[in-house]
Structures are given as structure tokens and as C-alpha cells.
Design a protein around this ligand. Structure first.
Ligand code: PA5
Length: 529
């Protein structure tokens, strides 16, 4: 039901959550929850806040992996449950600062002079946070090192990045990030980068650092080959909540970003969102609104619409944080629940010329989260027409789209922040981390494991094993052409015909180990080249 402007204004006044310590405002007035919703949810949200308090004290909050969940300690090391953890967090922060200073001063330089670029190699939680923060807080005029990313095992994607760094690898620091140290995409990125440095006559080890778990495969390589330095990752920090560990802080510090501002914002947000009074707690309010809007089972998608180019990667970052955390088959009692909350988005007003048409008039399967940034830019703005700047237009488009959605019955939440400072970005990171944790408690799932990701990794390993068998088999039978089915049977895997077909067509397209002898598509026959 659409409220009249007067009722909407009264809802706004009643439900607007102003958090001056964070510079944050949360408006839930365009979510049509009934008057008794908060009272009904009081017990579950209280339990969620108590679960979170226990988690912060070091309880095993990831029961499947028997791990503590400690990302909140990263911005307030004194809260860690042991002195050793406090010490290791503080020590790492110091070593990040000291390393970045040596790089910026040129005390530690590449073969061609002081480092000017940083090539970050990682994936998932070891890339999305650094990418989001690099875009949100960097600036071509002030970046001390210019950031580049390998976040996939796509060779063409890597070639594009390497082309940008052509002739400049001697002043490029490679930062290889993998908590487990065994993720194939990251290992491949490292191997490809190393080969490029070597082709340029450079010693990769003298241009590389690793961020990884002690003793991992990556750690062993970095130590054995004498890389410049290694920085730790710990089992009590999850990949998607690792932005404020060395994973995010080292690349950001190298870029020249104010990492202490980021940490201060997150710390302040943690303090505000520990508030046991849920009506005053923005993370609790977000979790409750997600619960209401998606009926506690993710029945509506969340469209994240920041009206600010710098926040363009927020939706991608949140997509992983939310969907990898909440997208679970089983609840904490082992019951099949198929939970989740789908997230997508990009930025306004750009998206008004793309999918917002469907949001307003099409299938009503979503709610929007608008992010409004009050400060337009550093310095003043020209008027692009009488009485209006580009920033006024951006603000007008945000308000207009929000009204248009509301008038067609599409709910939305609005987060208002003053600017895109390091402090504010730290606030946003901590706010969504905690909202995800609280929501996970409301729906009774483990937000801190990722069995689906592990399943995908195992399946990929199986495909590569089959590929090796195909190439070996064809090489052992030179001149013999096989149909797909015949080859799958010859390998003793008749049920894997489709995978055999996919592998053969891919290898043939790249001239490696297999060629198409006759036919095409499904009637193709394959043999060794
Ligand atoms: O959030 C997660 O745990 C994952 O997305 C990981 O970050 C991702 O799989 C990369 O793992 P790793 O850092 O071990 O290379």
C-alpha cells in the first residue's frame, strides 16, 4: 500500500535512524512493515545480538570448520580473546605501515627504480574488497602506487592488464593474496605474472610479496624463492570479511589510502552496532528489513544503488559478502533450507538507463538499497544550467527514482553518508558485515563457511584430471580419430561424454593436444595433432 505524502513523512520521522557518530542515516520508511513488526521480532533480534556478542568474544561461530570468527578484532585488537591474537594483529598493522613507508620512500625499489604500480593477484575475498576500496578511495592524482588486478585465470584478461604494465614491470610490486595459498586461479595468476617478469629480464622474487596463511603452498614458495616479504592471514578471518586484515590494508596502504581512517570508521561502526537496542542499531535494522522484505527466505533480491561512481564496486563486493555468507543449503540443525539473498547493482544514475525500467514497471521481485552521498566533489562545482550543478542532477535522479519505485509499490531502504572518506568506507564495510552476521542468526544458518565454493573447486580439479587423460590417451594412439562417445568409452568414462566434448573442443580451439579431424560440433572426431 502506498502512503500519502503526509503519512510517508510521518513514517520517515518515526523510523529515520540518525547515527551522528558515524555520519550515517538509515531511512526504512519506504519498507511497508506493519506497526507491530519490531515488537514481534524483538526476541529473535535480541538473540542475534547475543550470538554476535559471543562471536566477538571468541566463541566457535563457524561450527562446520570449528573456527572462531574474528574480523571485528582487526579494528580493535584489544577485543581479541587472547594476548597472542592482539599482538599478531598489532604487529601486522605495524609491519604494513613500515613496509608501505619503505616502498613510498623508494628505500625498497624495483629493478627499474621506485615502485610506481601494484599488481594485486587474488580472487573472491582476496580481491573484491581490495578492488572496492581501491576504486572508492583512490585517485589518479594522489595514488602513490597505481593499482592493477588479476582476479581470474582468464589468460586474455591477464594479457590486458600486462599490456597496461608493458615496460613498467621493473617498477611494479606484485602482491599475491590467498588465505589458503592453494587457490588455482591465484596460483595461475602468480605463475603468469612471474613468467612476464622473467620475459622482461626481471627477478620476480625481488618484486613480490605474499599475503597468506603460515605454511601454505604460497607461503612456502615465497619463502623458498626469497620474495621481499610475507604478511599473515589467519584461520579466524574469513575471505569475504578480510578487507581490514593485511588482505585489504596492504594494497590500500601501498596505494596511499588512509588505512587508519578505514579502521577508525569500522571500529566506530562496530561500537554503534553493538547497541542492544535494535531500534537504535543500524545493522540490526538492516537485518530486520531484509528479513521482512524477503520473508526470512530471500524471496526478494537486493538491488544496491549507490549514487556515486566511487561506490560502483560496492554491489560486487556485497554480492560476495552477502551471497557467499547467506546462500546455504542447510541450517545450523542440518535441515534443508536453501537460504540466500540475491544481490546485484551498479550505480545511479547510470542504471536508470539500464535495468531500472524493469524495477519500476516489471516483475516486482526485489527491494532497493539506495546509497546517498551528500558531498558532491572536492572543491566547488560549475552550474550546468541555471541554479543546478551535475551533483544536483545526481541527487535529483536519486530522489526521483526512489519516488517512482515507491509509487509503483517497490520498497526501498536508503543509507545516507556524508562523503566517501576512508572513515565512511570503513563504516559501510563494518555495517554490512554485521548486518549479514545478524541476519544469519535470524535465519539460523552458518554465515562463515562456503561449502558450495569448495564443491566447485573439486569439480574443476576433476575436469583437469580428465583433460590430462584425454591428451595422454590420444598421444598414445597417434592417427586414431575418435568420436566424443568413443573417446569417453575408451577412457572408461562413458558418462562423461559431454565433458569430453567440451574439453576436446576447447583444446582444439587453442591448438593444444587435440585436433578436429572431421566434422564439426557434435559430429566432430578428434585425434592427437
Ligand atoms: O570468502 C571466501 O572465503 C572465498 O571467496 C575466498 O576468499 C576465495 O575462494 C579465495 O580464497 P583464498 O584467499 O584462499 O585464495
Amino acid at each position: 500500500m502506498i502512503a500519502t505524502p503526509a503519512i510517508l513523512w510521518s513514517r520517515f520521522r518515526r523510523h529515520y535512524l540518525d547515527c551522528p557518530a558515524l555520519g550515517l542515516g538509515l531511512d526504512v520508511s519506504r519498507v511497508p512493515f506493519p506497526d507491530d513488526f519490531h515488537a514481534k521480532m524483538e526476541r529473535p533480534i535480541r538473540k542475534a545480538l547475543a550470538d554476535m556478542a559471543a562471536l566477538e568474544k571468541g566463541a566457535i561461530a563457524n561450527p562446520d570448520e570449528q573456527r572462531m570468527v574474528g574480523h571485528y578484532w582487526l579494528r580493535n585488537a584489544g577485543l581479541a580473546p587472547s594476548k597472542d591474537i592482539t599482538k599478531v594483529i598489532e604487529g601486522t598493522l605495524e609491519s604494513i605501515g613500515a613496509f608501505a613507508t619503505r616502498i613510498h620512500r623508494g628505500d625498497l625499489a624495483g629493478a627499474a627504480g621506485p615502485f610506481r604500480n601494484v599488481l594485486v593477484i587474488g580472487i573472491g575475498g582476496s580481491a573484491l574488497g581490495p578492488q572496492f576500496v581501491a576504486k572508492a578511495l583512490g585517485h589518479p592524482r594522489s595514488d602513490k602506487l597505481t593499482p592493477y588486478f588479476f582476479d581470474n585465470t582468464d589468460p586474455d584478461g591477464m594479457d590486458q592488464v600486462l599490456a597496461l604494465l608493458e615496460g613498467r614491470l621493473g617498477q611494479t610490486l606484485a602482491v599475491v593474496i590467498s588465505k589458503s595459498g592453494g587457490t588455482p586461479e591465484t596460483r595461475n595468476g602468480m605463475v603468469e605474472a612471474r613468467a612476464s617478469y622473467e620475459r622482461a629480464g626481471l627477478n620476480f622474487a625481488a618484486h613480490a610479496v605474499a599475503i597468506t596463511g603460515e605454511g601454505s603452498a604460497l607461503h612456502q614458495t615465497a619463502v623458498a624463492d626469497g620474495w621481499l616479504q610475507t604478511f599473515p592471514m589467519w584461520d579466524w578471518v574469513g575471505g569475504r570479511t578480510s578487507e581490514l586484515s593485511a588482505v585489504g590494508l596492504l594494497p590500500a596502504a601501498l596505494q596511499g589510502i588512509d588505512i587508519h581512517g578505514l579502521l577508525a570508521g569500522a571500529r566506530a561502526c562496530d561500537e554503534a552496532t553493538r547497541n542492544p537496542v535494535s531500534r537504535e542499531n543500524p545493522a540490526a535494522q538492516l537485518a530486520l528489513m531484509w528479513y521482512f522484505l524477503g520473508e526470512g527466505r530471500g524471496s526478494k533480491d537486493m538491488v544496491v544503488l549507490p549514487y556515486k561512481d566511487r561506490l560502483e564496486l560496492l554491489s560486487k563486493y556485497l554480492q560476495q559478502l552477502v551471497m557467499e555468507s547467506l546462500g546455504k543449503e542447510l541450517d545450523l540443525d542440518g535441515k534443508v533450507v536453501h537460504q540466500g539473498l540475491a544481490v546485484y547493482g551498479n550505480k545511479g544514475s547510470t542504471d536508470q538507463h539500464a535495468y531500472v525500467q524493469q524495477l519500476r514497471d516489471g516483475v516486482a521481485n526485489f527491494f532497493a538499497v539506495f546509497i546517498e552521498v551528500l558531498k558532491d566533489r572536492e572543491g566547488s562545482s560549475i552550474e550546468v544550467e541555471a541554479g543546478a550543478t551535475s551533483g544536483d542532477f545526481l541527487s535529483g535522479f536519486f530522489l526521483g527514482t526512489r519516488s517512482a519505485l515507491y509509487e509503483s509499490g517497490r520498497p526501498s531502504l536508503t543509507l545516507t553518508v556524508p562523503d566517501t572518506s576512508a572513515f565512511t568506507i570503513g563504516v559501510l564495510i563494518a555495517l554490512f558485515e554485521r548486518a549479514v552476521g545478524l541476519y544469519a542468526s535470524l535465519i539460523h544458518i552458518n554465515a562463515y563457511h562456503q561449502p558450495g565454493v569448495e564443491a566447485g573447486k573439486k569439480a574443476a580439479a576433476g575436469v583437469l584430471g580428465l583433460q590430462r587423460k584425454i591428451v595422454a590417451h590420444l598421444a598414445a594412439q597417434p592417427g586414431t580419430a575418435y568420436t566424443t562417445e568413443a573417446l569417453a568409452s575408451a577412457l572408461g568414462q562413458p558418462d562423461a561424454a559431454e565433458t569430453v566434448f567440451k574439453i576436446c573442443t576447447h583444446l582444439a580451439a587453442n591448438g593444444r593436444g587435440v585436433r578436429t579431424v572431421s566434422g564439426s560440433g557434435l559430429s566432430a572426431t578428434f585425434q592427437a595433432p
